[in-house]
Design a protein around this ligand. Structure first.
Ligand code: PEP
Ligand code: MN
Length: 329
């Protein structure tokens, strides 16, 4: 396994001699601006420390993921989205799988807020298994989401499928990368440049290490506002839609400084299991929940079976807050 040496440079320091030395060696390197600091990543590391006055601190990171690792950044990364702090207590993002309705949008958005949502989620560009299934309302869906944001004042998160659509996402506060695009590395690099928080779902066929390495793609372009989202993986088990890997949630919370989200809805595939899986995720240490809620799940044009109602969201919020208090005390 490759070892990396991660150098955090002193603010305003002249690192030209250090850079020259590295450039004239056989080492690979990348300079990245992260969390207000300049980070110089150098590899493969062979042991000796670098000695240069421009270096504030250095850490050897040994593994498949580097920038997302807690080995160099001990403190939790807190992401502030329009005043909602992700990484400090459990944040609930809730809303429809796809914004597939126009009537009563304002009322529903207020209902989400009053039922405990801190962030509004809604799909507009939908990745569907069949090309003949409803593909989402596209840019119109984002306009509706904008309306939901306006009436509640809450930030919104929505999935981006392709960098061609980036112009439509100006008013979206968090860009979601879905499970199917988790290893679309060009898209990861492109969304990083938008300087917006990125909610990075785990590919349903990705290992834990592969999942954390996808965060390095976004962070490697200088965007440290990444939320890692576990949403269930493909296993031999088919009693649920996917298997929610809570072991990985607990492990990621320890091994990464990034906030961890859990999506019980896509893992369960069944509304009855959403609350128990949400509570288990909180117990495992997640910082955020992504929950699908629809005004009338029976009428939903995608993922109807797993979407819960506003009343169920209210119940989920109450139980999550009670569990959070119990864990903290
Ligand atoms: C979604 O969040 O609506 C979605 C499509 O999720 P995933 O990418 O996890 O399947
Ligand atoms: Mn969905």
């Amino acid at each position: 396994m490759v070892k990396y040496r991660l150098l955090v440079l002193r603010d305003g320091a002249d690192s030209s001699q250090l850079t020259e030395k590295i450039n004239s060696s056989t080492l690979s390197s990348k300079k990245i601006g992260l969390y207000g600091k300049t980070v110089l990543l150098v590899w493969p590391d062979s042991g000796p420390k670098f000695a240069d006055p421009s270096i504030e601190s250095q850490t050897v990171v040994d593994g498949d993921f580097v920038l997302s690792s807690r080995e160099w950044r001990k403190e939790n990364t807190i992401i502030d989205v329009e005043g909602v702090e992700i990484g400090k207590g459990v944040v609930i993002a809730a809303g429809p799988c796809s914004v597939d309705f126009e009537e009563g949008v304002e009322e529903f958005a207020k209902g989400l807020m009053n039922s405990g949502a801190n962030i509004i989620r809604g799909g507009a560009f939908k990745p569907r298994t069949s090309p003949f299934s409803f593909q989402g309302k596209g840019s119109r869906g984002l306009e509706i989401l904008g309306k939901m944001k306006e009436v509640t004042g809450l930030p919104v998160v929505s999935e981006i499928l392709s960098s061609d659509d980036i112009g439509h996402f100006k008013d979206v506060d968090i860009l979601q990368i879905g499970s199917r695009n988790a290893q679309n590395f060009q898209l990861l690099r492109r969304v990083s440049q938008e300087s917006k928080p990125v909610l990075l779902k785990r590919g349903m066929g990705n290992t834990y290490n592969e999942w954390l390495a996808t965060a390095d793609y976004v962070m490697g372009e200088g965007n440290g506002s990444v939320i890692l989202c576990e949403r269930g993986i493909r296993t031999f088990e088919n009693s649920t839609r996917f298997t929610l890997d809570l072991g990985s949630v607990a492990r990621a919370k320890r091994e990464s400084h990034l906030p961890i989200c859990s999506d019980p809805s896509h893992a369960a595939g069944n509304s009855e299991l959403v609350i128990p899986l949400a509570l288990s995720s909180v117990a495992a240490g997640c910082d955020m929940l992504l929950v699908e809620v629809h005004p009338d799940p029976k009428m939903a044009l995608s993922d109807g079976k797993q979407q819960i109602t506003l009343d169920e969201l209210k119940k989920l919020t109450k139980q999550v807050r009670a569990l959070e208090n119990a864990i903290r005390s």
